[in-house]
Design a protein around this ligand. Structure first.
Ligand code: PMT
Length: 413
C-alpha cells in the first residue's frame, strides 16, 4: 500500500446512500499512515454514524461550526486551522445539494466552511454520487463545471445499479479507487512521458452488415481510456483513436472516434511516422462483411450466409515500418494456449511488449474496471502484474515502456 505518512486529509461527507462506503475509505487512509479529519453534513449523519467515522479516524467527526458553547477548548475557528492543516480536500459522496453550496460559496455548515478555507494550491477532489437523472440535470452539471473552473478535480461517477434500482451513471467508486485518486493527487507525478507522442487505440470496432446492423465485440474502451488518461498525466501528447463508447475523454487527450477497423487503421496510420509509443488496446475486428447491404436486409430466407474478408491488422502494419526509437505495446485477449498465442503475436507484430489478459478470468478483460495482465517482453521475460484497476495497470505499463526509451537514449549517445 502507498505510504501517505504525514499527509493530512480533510474528508467531507455529504448525505447520500453511498456514504456507507466511507468507513472503509477512512480505514484505507489510516492504514496508509495519513491523518484524516472527517467533516460531515447533518444529512450525512443520517446515512453513516459520526461515531463510526470518529472511531476509525481517531478524531471527532465534525458537523457544527459552533461545536459546544460551554466548552472553552472547542474553538469556533477550528475550520480556519483545518484549511491550513489539510494537504487535500476530498468530498465523497458529493450530493447535488453540497455541490451547489460549494459552487456558490455558501458557508453555512462545517463542511462548506472548511472547503472555503482550503489553501488555493491544495488539491480538492469531488466525487459526485446521485441518481443518474440528477447527475445529468443542467444545474448539477453547471455547478460541477464551476467547481472545475475553480480548480477542483471532478471524478466522474460510475455506471451501475443505483439506490433507486435503476441502472445509470451515479455510483460512487469503491473506496480503493477513491484512495488511488487521492494518492495521485497527493504525491507528485513525474512527467516521464514529456515530449513523447503516444497513440492509443481503444474499444471495439463495428463492421457493418447493412445500414442498421454490425458485427462487434464486448470491448468497452475502459482499458484504452485508462492508458490514454495516464499517458496524458505523465506529460505525453496523447492521441486516442477509439471505437464508439460512452466514456468521457480524459483531460489533455485528443480523441478521434472511428467506427470500422479500416477507419481505425486509416486514422492511426497518419501517426505512424511521428509517434514515439503505440499502445494497441483496441479489440479490432479481424474480419468484416465483404459487402455492406444498402438499406435493411429483409428476413426472407431460413439462413443468410455472410461472406467475411480480412481487415487490416493495425499493429502488424505498424510493426513492419517501426523505426528503431519507436516502441509498440500490443494486447492479447486469449482463452486457450494463452501464453503461446501471446508470444506468437509479439513476434509476428514486432512489439516490444504484449500485455496478455484472459477473457474468462473474473475481474479481467472486457468491460470491467480492473485487469490482470501478464507482460511478455521481446527478450522472453515474463512479468505477472496483480489484479488491479485499469488505471493502475496502465501506470505499470508506462513504467516498463520508459525502460525502452531510456535504453534507446543511451544507445544514441
Ligand atoms: O475495452 P475494455 O472493455 O476495457 O477491454 C479491454 C480489452 C480486453 C479489449 C484489452 O485489454 C485487450 O485485450 N485488447 C486486445 C483485444 C484483442 O482481441 O486482441 P487480439 O488478440 O485480437 O489482437 C492483438 C493485438 O493486435 C491487439 O493489440 C490489437 O489491438 C491489435 N490488432 C488486432 C487486430 C487488428 N486488425 N488490428 C490490430 O491492431
Amino acid at each position: 500500500m502507498t505510504d501517505l505518512s504525514g499527509k493530512h486529509i480533510l474528508l467531507g461527507v455529504s448525505g447520500g446512500i453511498a456514504a456507507y462506503k466511507i468507513p472503509n475509505l477512512v480505514r484505507l487512509f489510516k492504514k496508509s499512515g495519513a491523518e484524516v479529519q472527517v467533516v460531515m453534513t447533518q444529512s450525512a449523519a443520517q446515512f453513516v454514524s459520526p461515531l463510526t467515522l470518529a472511531t476509525l479516524s481517531g478524531r471527532s467527526a465534525l458537523t457544527e461550526i459552533f461545536p459546544d458553547a460551554t466548552n472553552t477548548q472547542s474553538a469556533w475557528t477550528t475550520h480556519i486551522h483545518l484549511g491550513e492543516w489539510a494537504d487535500c480536500f476530498v468530498l465523497a459522496p458529493a450530493t447535488a445539494s453540497t455541490i451547489a453550496k460549494l459552487a456558490n460559496g455558501y458557508s453555512d455548515d462545517m463542511l462548506s466552511v472548511c472547503f472555503l478555507t482550503m489553501r488555493p494550491n491544495k488539491p480538492k477532489l469531488i466525487f459526485p454520487s446521485m441518481d443518474g437523472e440528477m447527475f445529468d440535470a443542467p444545474a448539477v452539471q453547471r455547478n460541477l463545471k464551476t467547481l472545475e473552473q475553480d480548480g477542483c478535480v471532478i471524478v466522474e461517477p460510475e455506471i451501475g445499479e443505483l439506490a433507486s434500482g435503476l441502472i445509470g451513471k451515479g455510483r460512487l467508486p469503491e473506496p480503493e479507487k477513491i484512495f488511488e485518486r487521492v494518492v495521485e493527487a497527493l504525491l507528485p507525478k513525474e512527467k516521464t512521458l514529456a515530449g513523447k507522442q503516444v497513440v492509443v487505440t481503444a474499444g471495439a470496432t463495428r463492421e457493418k452488415i447493412d445500414s442498421v446492423r454490425f458485427i462487434s465485440n464486448y470491448s468497452s474502451g475502459k482499458m484504452g481510456f485508462a492508458l490514454a488518461a495516464v499517458a496524458a498525466e505523465l506529460g505525453a501528447e496523447v492521441i486516442l483513436i477509439t471505437g464508439k463508447t460512452h466514456l468521457q475523454t480524459p483531460p489533455n487527450v485528443h480523441r478521434i472516434e472511428v467506427e470500422s477497423a479500416e477507419e481505425m487503421f486509416r486514422e492511426t496510420q497518419r501517426y505512424f511516422p511521428t509517434l514515439d509509443l503505440f499502445v494497441a488496446a483496441a479489440a479490432v475486428a479481424d474480419y468484416r462483411p465483404a459487402e455492406v447491404y444498402a438499406g435493411k436486409l429483409k428476413k426472407s430466407s431460413e439462413s443468410l450466409p455472410l461472406h467475411l474478408v480480412k481487415n487490416p491488422d493495425i499493429l502488424l502494419e505498424f510493426g513492419k515500418q517501426k523505426k528503431p526509437h519507436q516502441v509498440s505495446i500490443g494486447f492479447a485477449l486469449e482463452i486457450q494456449d494463452a501464453l503461446e498465442n501471446a508470444k506468437a503475436k509479439l513476434v509476428l507484430k514486432n512489439c516490444d511488449i504484449i500485455a496478455l489478459n484472459l477473457a474468462q478470468e473474473a475481474g479481467a478483460g472486457f468491460e470491467v474496471d480492473t485487469n490482470r495482465l501478464t507482460l511478455i517482453f521481446r527478450d522472453g521475460t515474463i512479468e505477472q502484474l496483480p489484479l488491479q484497476t485499469k488505471r493502475a495497470a496502465a501506470k505499470m505499463i508506462f513504467k516498463k515502456a520508459n525502460f525502452f526509451f531510456q535504453k534507446s537514449s543511451l544507445t544514441s549517445l
